[in-house]
Design a protein around this ligand. Structure first.
Ligand SMILES: NC(=O)c1ccc[n+]([C@@H]2O[C@H](COP(=O)([O-])OP(=O)(O)OC[C@H]3O[C@@H](n4cnc5c(N)ncnc54)[C@H](O)[C@@H]3O)[C@@H](O)[C@H]2O)c1
Length: 350
């Protein structure tokens, strides 16, 4: 299964030209000790895992990508398909195995493996199945890469990030859920579309639980540095609160709409997670709304709970949580989400 894209093995009997193809340079020095080899592992090669892997590949974010899945044939097929694009891409070693030893020495491990909801199955039952799945994924990842950063994408992402934190016993700065980074990107797209501006000029955050009960931070939206709502108020331009609520509803319904139309979501989550990988591995110190251990921030207490807050990301993972302004209503909604998540977690027996 394990075969690198740079292998010189060719067919039965082999044909190894590495010793004769190039004339060696005399008196070479070893590579600089500061030049690091970056390795990313992606667990689960379904729609989401492969969109993430291929975006990481095209954006040249890793020297080595290791893929792991429980389905050996699918895994080998995906590995070969990516390797066959080598002539068009930056050089990246791509390896795959059902055995977690392939992930050894990873800088970042991205978990997208997940069980799908069965007809009539409760959310709690699905969650329990995913927790069981994580007990077979997280401990081997932690064993083979004790210094890695874990990035959880599988849903329900906030609770599974908590589960990964518990199972790995890693410090909380090294366990991150992709959280509302994608919701916020949908939000920025819709606002940009509404105002006919570039989405990259829109600063806007969705925080809290990924999905239905997420919280849109309206008061902190700015376009090109101009705070939108206070600008409208100062200019006495009236706007309907309902318009804002509808934009948030479109964000929440966005995933359902894509799933009902094409069966799954993939491209946006691929770019969203590759963007997080870049901020972490290249120490970009950018602020992203991601799922973090929220206890102690914004009045959240009463237990360990993960959900999204705007956090600064760098080479050691979460560097800090931004002290953003929340209205009383927004703060209360975060507290309510925390309570619901803690209640669900308490049923997991971890
Ligand atoms: N956080 C987000 O913003 C976000 C966005 C989109 C999707 N998701 C979630 O990502 C997950 C994956 O979605 P998908 O569409 O790729 O699903 P999928 O069914 O296409 O892929 C899941 C993969 O996990 C693999 N798998 C299952 N059990 C495994 C195990 N024990 N070890 C290794 N691999 C295993 C399966 O073989 C499959 O290849 C889902 O939980 C989905 O809800 C999250």
């Amino acid at each position: 299964m394990q075969k690198s894209s740079s292998s010189s093995y060719l067919g039965p009997g082999g044909l190894d030209l590495t010793q004769t193809f190039f004339k060696p340079i005399l008196n070479t020095a070893p590579p600089s000790p500061t030049k690091r080899h970056t390795k990313i592992s992606v667990i689960g090669v379904g729609n989401v895992g492969m969109a993430i892997a291929q975006t990481i590949l095209t954006q040249d974010l890793a020297d080595e990508i290791a893929l792991v899945d429980a389905k050996a044939d699918k895994l080998r097929g995906e590995m070969l398909d990516l390797q066959h694009a080598a002539a068009f891409l930056p050089r990246t070693k791509i390896i795959a195995s059902v055995d977690y030893s392939v992930t050894v020495g990873s800088d970042l491990c991205i978990i997208t493996a997940g069980a799908r909801q069965l007809p009539g199955e409760s959310r709690l039952n699905l969650l329990q199945r995913n927790v069981a799945l994580f007990t077979s994924i997280v401990p081997p990842l932690a064993k083979y890469s004790p210094d890695t950063i874990l990035m959880i994408v599988s849903n329900p992402v906030d609770i599974l990030t908590y589960v990964a934190w518990k199972l790995s016993r890693f410090p909380s700065n090294r366990v991150i859920g992709s959280g509302t980074n994608l919701d916020s990107s949908r939000f920025r797209f819709l606002i940009a579309d509404h105002l006919d501006v570039n989405a990259q000029d829109v600063q806007a955050y969705i925080v809290g639980e990924h999905g239905d009960s997420s919280v849109a931070l309206w008061s902190s939206i700015s376009v090109g540095g101009v705070p939108v709502l206070s600008f409208l108020e100062k200019q006495q331009i009236s706007y309907e609160k309902e318009t804002l609520e509808n934009i948030h509803k479109d964000v929440v319904n966005g995933a359902y709409e894509v799933i009902s139309l094409k069966g799954y979501t993939s491209w946006a989550i691929g770019y969203s997670v590759a963007n997080l990988a870049r901020s972490i591995l290249r120490d970009q110190r950018k602020i992203h709304p991601v799922s973090v251990l929220a206890k102690g921030f914004y009045g959240i207490d009463g237990g360990d709970v993960f959900f999204s807050l705007p956090a600064q990301l760098g080479r050691s993972g979460i560097l800090g949580v931004t002290n953003i302004h929340l209205t009383d209503e927004e703060a209360q909604r975060l507290k309510d989400s925390a309570k619901t998540l803690i209640e669900m977690q308490s049923q997991l027996g971890l």
